[in-house]
Design a protein around this ligand. Structure first.
Ligand SMILES: Cc1ncc(COP(=O)(O)O)c(C=O)c1O
Length: 354
């Protein structure tokens, strides 16, 4: 579609396409890396306790209580914390704040597909680095004196993580370049680098409440960095939307941070199910990368991922498939409950891979 009132920019855009949101009792939804478990009971109680006055009034524009709780949780100062409407918003504001200079933004060829979308929207030059043969990120290939570097850790869709030491070596090597580590999936088994923000003025780390904290529907994301980088995000945010975090989300986020035992319990369940599913599929001849996330990246024995995708889709098991290029032999499968994953494995057993 096109229209004469559209700007040139609007014509040029290729927007991000999120995974399908098909619902119903018979649907097993393993395509958007959501948490199969509900948010903690404390979160639901906090949401229920939101009163009419909190909705009648504008929310706290600076989410002071939530930032203070996050700062305490991460042993940082509140002015080293930024909260956004999902980490997608924190990322978008970071792109505006740091990456719109002349030089290129560097990111791995296989990574979160929103990055090139933001680049197109903001006219940012891209430098996409080829993956190593084992799908790892080629960290030594990132260069200093560019506008920035961004990569997810663990990476999406590959599920692979790099170590804190490797990231620290990169930070030392590129002191004049902003390094944004997107830790959307970090809780499921990777090492966070949030603790390095005091030592490295070029580091910014984003996290989300959407995955490990089961609040994708709430839209709450966080960025951690030194106070100058956080101030940059604040400046852009306050030039765009003063109140991105509504009162309900602030209350829910606060309650979630306060319930560590529930959080850890949820993580343990997802990790155990992930490892059991990886093992079951490997035993059936699938190639399964060593996931540190709440999803697995797998290639079937005949490498015909399209056939497997269609087969599962026909049985209402939704997974993510990208039919073009190198990804076309692979599926990204989110980790559901143990029973969801048993259904998946049983369905796959019906396919003949002999
Ligand atoms: C790597 C990565 N970063 C960021 C996000 C955005 O998460 P949200 O906006 O829900 O916080 C996602 C969502 O799937 C993701 O996969």
């Amino acid at each position: 579609m096109s229209n004469k009132f559209w700007s040139e920019l609007t014509h040029r855009l290729t927007p991000y396409v999120p995974g399908e949101q098909r619902h119903g009792d018979s649907v097993i939804k393993l395509n958007t890396n959501e948490n199969p478990y509900p948010p903690s009971p404390g979160v639901m109680a906090a949401i229920a306790a939101v009163d009419a006055d909190q909705l009648r009034r504008y929310p706290d524009p600076e989410s002071v209580a939530l930032k203070a709780a996050l700062a305490q949780y991460q042993q940082l100062k509140p002015n080293q914390v930024f909260v956004g409407n999902g980490s997608d918003e924190a990322l978008a504001l970071a792109f505006m704040a740091f990456f719109t200079n002349k030089a290129a933004l560097q990111f791995p060829e296989l990574s979160y597909s929103f990055y090139p979308v933001y680049c197109d929207l903001l006219n940012i030059e891209q430098r996409r680095l080829p993956m190593l043969e084992n799908f790892a990120i080629d960290l030594p290939a990132f260069e200093n004196n560019q506008s920035g570097i961004i990569f997810p850790n663990p990476n999406a869709p590959t599920s692979l993580a790099v170590s804190k030491d490797e990231i620290e070596a990169l930070l030392k090597r590129v002191p004049d370049t902003v390094v944004l580590v997107d830790e959307a999936y970090v809780d499921f088994g990777a090492q966070s680098v949030v603790g390095l923000v005091d030592a490295y003025p070029n580091l910014i780390v984003t996290q989300t409440f959407s995955k490990a904290r089961a609040l994708a529907g709430m839209r709450l994301g966080v960025a951690y960095a030194n106070e100058e980088l956080i101030e940059a995000l604040q400046r852009v945010k306050n030039s765009f939307n003063s109140y991105p975090i509504d009162a309900v989300a602030q209350a829910a986020g606060l309650a979630s941070i306060g319930d560590e035992a529930y959080f850890q319990d949820c993580l343990e369940k997802v990790i155990a199910t992930r490892d059991a599913t990886s093992k079951a599929l490997s035993e059936k001849g699938f190639t399964v990368l060593n996931s540190k996330a709440n999803f697995i990246f797998v290639s079937p024995p005949d490498e015909n991922a399209q056939r497997l995708y269609d087969f599962l889709n026909d049985r209402n098991v939704l997974v993510r498939y990208w039919p073009k290029g190198v990804l076309s032999k692979w599926l990204r499968i989110s980790i559901g409950t143990q029973s969801d994953m048993q259904t998946l494995v049983s369905a796959i057993e019906k396919l003949d891979y002999s």
